[in-house]
Design a protein. Structure first.
Length: 201
């Protein structure tokens, strides 16, 4: 009799837990697919951005979504979608870098690729990481980043391996600022960059 009662209790517990377990297993898939839909919309906006239009809104939303992909991989580390989430975040951040040229997006992309390789060494995506890393690193060695913010332009681009030009909007002492070149005017900047860095980029 006792064994019957015990078996009935186990069966009841399983019946009660089944919906919970199903919800837990289906939630990662739902969230991941929702993120992919958001990414598709953002990529379309990025591709159709009108000349002269401000990319700030699109870029901010891209960065939020990239952060969501990373958060997803942390919240559901055992999910089959976690390595894909890191890859999608890295590729979206890299696309933002190629489109808008902000060094921090390149750094984010490389960080996510490194995280993917370290946390999911058996992922089928591993073989696709080296060429992407090589391409992003090559961009840094060739690029010259020009900006007026020491924190967000000079420091961020320097960490990304880029050469930097700091456009100072006031008479600030340039010595020791960390930039490869400091200027107070954008007039004639292109030939100045060519002379200083030996490049037309």
């Amino acid at each position: 009799m006792r064994s019957f009662v015990r078996a009935a209790a186990v069966a009841l517990a399983c019946a009660l837990l089944a919906p919970v377990l199903y919800a837990q297993s289906s939630q990662p898939e739902r969230l991941y697919k929702e993120a992919l839909e958001r990414e598709s919309t953002l990529r379309l906006e990025m591709d159709t951005l009108r000349a002269g239009a401000s990319p700030v809104s699109v870029l901010e939303r891209i960065r939020v979504l990239v952060g969501s992909y990373e958060d997803f991989s942390r919240l559901f580390p055992s999910s089959g979608y976690s390595d894909n989430a890191l890859w999608q975040g890295a590729m979206l951040s890299a696309a933002a870098f190629w489109e808008f040229g902000h060094a921090e997006d390149r750094v984010t992309a490389l960080g996510l690729l490194e995280d993917l390789a370290g946390r999911f060494p058996s992922s089928s995506l591993i073989k696709q990481i080296p060429p992407e890393v090589k391409r992003l690193n090559a961009a840094a060695s060739d690029a010259v980043h020009v900006g007026d913010s020491h924190r967000f332009d000079v420091e961020t681009a320097s960490r990304a391996g880029m050469r930097t030009v700091w456009f100072m909007r006031s008479d600030v002492e340039a010595a020791g600022n960390g930039a490869n070149l400091a200027v107070s005017s954008l007039v004639g900047l292109a030939p100045l960059i060519m002379d200083h860095f030996g490049t037309d980029r």
